[in-house]
Design a protein. Structure first.
Length: 92
């Protein structure tokens, strides 16, 4: 099981969190073309290696956090608030 560090609650099991998608994905403006919306909704990268994602601590404080996770090993190497730079997780 993955362990995710919530900046507010501390280290918790992944079962307390919900995945919300890539952290670098931004919704097109309201006046964007149909093609831009299509690409936003359906055309996504499938990265290999470290990737930043948005998760929500649904079983705790309900905060959204940014998580850096390796998509090959599932190792979580850092977390932060969505608007901050990710800090490394200390190994115990």
């Amino acid at each position: 099981m993955l362990q995710i560090k919530c900046p507010y609650c501390g280290i918790r099991d992944e079962t307390e969190f919900s995945y919300h998608g890539p952290a670098n994905l931004h919704r097109p403006a309201g006046e964007a073309s149909q093609k831009e919306f299509f690409e936003y909704v359906y055309l996504r990268d499938n990265p290999r290696g470290d990737h930043e994602e948005i998760w929500q601590h649904t079983g705790g404080c309900r905060s959204f956090i940014k998580v850096r996770r390796n998509t090959q090993t599932h190792e979580i190497t850092g977390t932060s608030w969505p608007n901050e730079k990710i800090t490394k997780v200390r190994k115990s």
